[in-house]
Design a protein around this ligand. Structure first.
Ligand code: NA7
Length: 535
């Protein structure tokens, strides 16, 4: 990989995940020079870090893939419907090699600071190794779920056994054979890893603060005929993805959950449950996302499923979430609820029995101490903003991004922010990002951002930045759309509610990727309406 001399490039990209890889490829097509800084030792981003047992994507591989290269699309040999982390990482590595991307990526290097120099019209970027690079443009491809978090309880350092965070899993894997394992967190990472760890460990205790809604993934190997069908129809499929709500085409629902008979409603939910697809559940009816009574019918359906699967009624009750379905990210699992029928798996409901501290021997709740050989933290991320505000980003007049966003992130289209010229975010707060098939959103952002850079270059323009008015009305619009939905009713990471002290504001744009893309395209077509361009 490249070294990082003190030098000047057109664009600094932060992160070599799916966003950074495609950015680099596009920038090269525009004959722009770029350097990508990546904290990991390899490409892949999310799929580089999250190596916990059972890690899989919850969007189907044939849809969760780049569309920019037809050859890649036609040739890439996806194996599973919902690929495992190693399969997705291999894909990212394949893309890096295929497009010869590694030579402009500096690995093992975190960006520490990026300061805008108003006079020079450039970004001064400094890495943790004190390397400095000057660039006209800064693109933050840092990912929405990359700043991991630990539980906010005392004693984390006192535990004498081994500890792991799902987002920093050892590359060589972990052998829990014969061990007593404690695991905190029941989001997607917990839900996916719990059944696998339970198979191996002597005994597993799960500490749950909030239960997840989870659907069986019904993962399987892809059949040659479905791969061939997808490849034959890819262009139409990609178009449908881009115009859809979640970046996954589904039939548009026509009926309210409240207007159909109980039998029809159950049959519809049953089909979604059998399909192993989250969007099928979330788009089964017109009003699940916006009407509490409609949502209650989905909640009741899943509660019944949980009670059918889990034999101990108290455990089943503890696993049944109370918040509206879909207002926290639902999970896809393989044998999750069934795992609680094992005699060697125990569920601790932290609502009844709060966490107190980690001790030398294990974990103490308000009730008792539990002794473990290993503790797994599946406690998630400072989502959407953490990876951005962890960098000392300073815009015009030395203003800090972190301080500017202390009352919640403010962006125009999730792409730029007032006071930070020539800085772009890929899947930033205020864009559909985490409410979508990320690869679809990533491609759209990368194409839009490289389009604007190309425009500035061609027009000989120096800087671009959102106007205050455009940003304010976009933030209002994002909030207004969120207000139509049930999303604000849950203490989710969409709301920043999982991080103590973080301002509660619904961060992603809930209007759907199709509507969002249309808006971004209009903005570009109108000479970047809502942005101030300076010569
Ligand atoms: P998530 O979804 O944020 O899940 C983290 C889990 O850890 C969740 O159950 C949290 O409970 C729990 N947690 C976090 N902090 C604590 C403390 N202090 N005490 C107890 N429990 C805690 O992260 P994941 O890694 O599972 O998944 C992230 C996304 O990746 C997922 O949504 C998919 O899109 C893929 P809480 O719900 O906050 O009460």
């Amino acid at each position: 990989s490249a070294s990082a001399p003190n030098r000047s490039v057109d664009v600094v990209v932060v992160g070599a995940g799916f966003s950074g890889l495609y950015l680099l490829h596009r920038l090269r097509e525009l004959n722009l020079s770029a350097v990508v800084f990546e904290a990991g030792t390899d490409v892949g981003g999310t799929w580089y870090w999250n190596r916990y047992p059972g890690a899989r994507v919850d969007v189907e591989s044939l849809a969760y893939s780049y569309s920019f290269s037809e050859e890649l699309e036609q040739e890439y040999p996806w194996e599973e419907r919902y690929p495992t982390q190693p399969e997705i990482l291999r894909y990212a590595q394949h893309v890096a090699d295929r497009f010869d991307l590694r030579r402009d990526i500096v690995f093992r290097t975190r960006v520490a600071a990026a300061h805008w120099d108003d006079e020079a019209g450039t970004w001064q970027v400094r890495t943790e190794h004190e390397d400095a690079v000057t660039a006209r443009f800064l693109v933050l491809a840092t990912g929405c779920l990359s700043a991991s978090k630990l539980p906010e309880i005392p004693g984390l350092d006192t535990f004498k056994g081994a500890t792991f965070h799902t987002a920093h899993w050892p590359h060589e894997g972990v052998d829990f054979t014969g061990q007593r394992v404690g695991l905190i967190g029941t989001g997607s990472s917990g839900v996916q890893s719990i059944p696998v760890i339970a198979e191996q460990a002597a005994d597993l205790t799960v500490f749950q603060r909030t239960p997840a809604y989870s659907l069986p993934a019904r993962n399987r190997r892809l059949r040659p005929d479905e791969i061939a069908d997808m490849r034959a129809g890819y262009r139409a499929y990609r178009k449908a993805q881009r115009e859809s709500g979640f970046g996954v085409p589904t039939p548009v629902p026509t009926k309210s959950a409240l207007e159909v008979s109980d039998e029809e409603r159950d049959a519809t939910f049953e089909r979604a449950w059998e399909s192993g697809s989250l969007v099928n559940l979330l788009t089964a009816f017109t009003d699940t996302a916006v009407d509490q009574a409609a949502n209650d019918t989905a909640r009741d359906f899943i509660h019944r499923k949980i009670r059918q699967i889990v034999t101990d009624p108290q455990v089943a009750g503890d696993l049944c979430p109370g918040y509206p379905v879909g207002t926290k990210r639902p999970c896809l699992d393989t044998g999750y609820y069934e795992t609680y029928n094992r005699p060697d798996v125990h569920l601790v409901n932290l609502q009844r029995e709060p966490l107190v501290e980690v001790t030398e021997r294990g974990i103490r709740t308000a009730e008792r101490e539990y002794a473990f050989d290993a503790i797994v933290y599946a406690t998630g991320f400072d989502a959407m903003t953490g990876a951005l505000t962890n960098i000392d980003i300073r815009g015009r007049g030395g203003v800090s991004l972190k301080e500017t966003w202390s009352a919640g992130p403010r962006t125009y289209l999730g792409l730029g922010s007032v006071g930070f010229p020539n800085m772009f975010m890929i899947t930033g707060p205020g864009s559909p990002s985490v409410l979508s098939n990320m690869v679809v959103s990533i491609e759209q952002h990368v194409e839009w951002v490289t389009g604007v850079i190309e425009h500035l270059e061609k027009q000989g323009l120096r800087a671009i930045e959102p106007t205050q008015q455009a940003q304010d009305s976009w933030v209002d619009h994002v909030n207004e759309i969120a207000g139509y939905t049930l999303y604000p009713k849950a203490n989710s990471w969409y709301m920043g509610a999982n991080v103590p002290g973080k301002t509660r504001v619904f961060m992603p744009y809930a209007g759907g990727v199709g509507a969002y893309r249309k808006r971004c395209d209009e903005v570009a077509a109108q000479g970047y309406e809502g942005f101030a361009l300076t010569a």
